[in-house]
Design a protein around this ligand. Structure first.
Ligand code: GUN
Length: 282
């Protein structure tokens, strides 16, 4: 079984991106800039944002974090986004989710210029991705996609089963695999006989948020299994896949942690660079 090393893949990608930033700096005399807006003091969000900032600095991006207290007015956040939309030194804008209840998530997402939407959450980017046009691609499914392609470069005709239908993961993952000529089934927590659906998959992407849902006897022999889940349990951090059982059947499997997670952040940096290049017509 191949244990897919997301940490190594992410480090390799950051190395590539670092070189690209240097050559963009040579060519344009400026570097791509990422601005993250963080509202409130949720511990996981604080950790994510710190890691994003550290990684952005590591590859040579200009990085800025704007912090607001939980009580900030929605209008103040929207005003800041408008300012960043009009700031040429800012290539990408990310508002860390979740947001406090009094702030309308959709309004915030739609306030970000699609050309600076490094998350790929703006309806314009969602539509472009599903139409097969150029777009920002959400970082987690992009990371999963790159890991799958490392194991199997030719996905033509493969059967992919996605467990989870979220806008963040399941739906964009489907679009990426369709583009690669996979036959894609989207399943979710209400799917009848999830086990028999999963058993058909040459590729399984589990992104449903249920600890160790996907069992060893749900997996076709030699399938590639990507675990997007991060669930806190009394036994520590576990994914959506029962790792020990599945590792006996799968050809390749991502661990949790150390699989998809590190790739997500590296892909955010990649998206920032893509936005910079697209905005300059490079
Ligand atoms: N919170 C958890 N994951 C994400 C993400 O990918 N983007 C944003 N903006 N917030 C998140």
């Amino acid at each position: 079984m191949i244990l897919i090393d997301g940490k190594k893949a992410a480090a390799d990608l950051r190395e590539e991106l670092k070189k690209e930033v240097l050559s963009l700096k040579d060519k344009h005399n400026k570097v791509p800039g990422l601005t993250v807006i963080l509202i409130g003091d949720l511990a996981p969000s604080q950790i994510y944002v710190r890691n994003k900032e550290k990684s952005a600095n590591e590859v040579g991006l200009k990085s800025e974090v704007i912090r607001y207290p939980d009580s900030v007015e929605e209008s103040e956040v929207l005003k800041k986004i408008d300012e960043l939309n009009n700031d040429d030194s800012v290539s990408g804008i990310l508002v860390q989710l979740p947001l406090p209840k009094h702030i309308d998530k959709q309004k915030v997402i739609e306030a970000i210029l699609p050309e600076k939407d490094v998350d790929g959450f703006h309806p314009m980017n969602v539509g472009n991705l599903s139409s097969g046009y150029e777009s920002s691609i959400p970082c987690t499914p992009l990371g999963c996609y790159l890991l799958i392609k490392k194991i199997e470069p030719n996905l033509n005709g493969k059967k992919a089963v996605i467990v989870g239908r979220s806008n963040l993961n399941g739906k964009p993952m489907t679009q990426l695999l369709l583009k690669e000529n996979c036959t894609v089934t989207i399943t979710h927590s209400k799917t009848n006989d999830l086990k028999s659906e999963c058993l058909k998959g040459d590729i399984i992407v589990a992104a449903v948020g249920i600890p160790e849902l996907v069992k060893g006897d749900w997996i076709k022999k030699d399938a590639i299994v990507i675990d997007v889940g991060i669930n806190k349990t009394e036994n520590g951090l576990v994914g959506d896949v029962a790792f020990d059982e599945v590792s006996k059947v799968a050809k390749a499997l991502t661990p949790v942690p150390g699989g998809v997670g590190p790739m997500t952040i590296a892909c955010l940096l990649k998206n920032t660079i893509e936005c910079f290049k697209r905005n300059l017509g490079d």
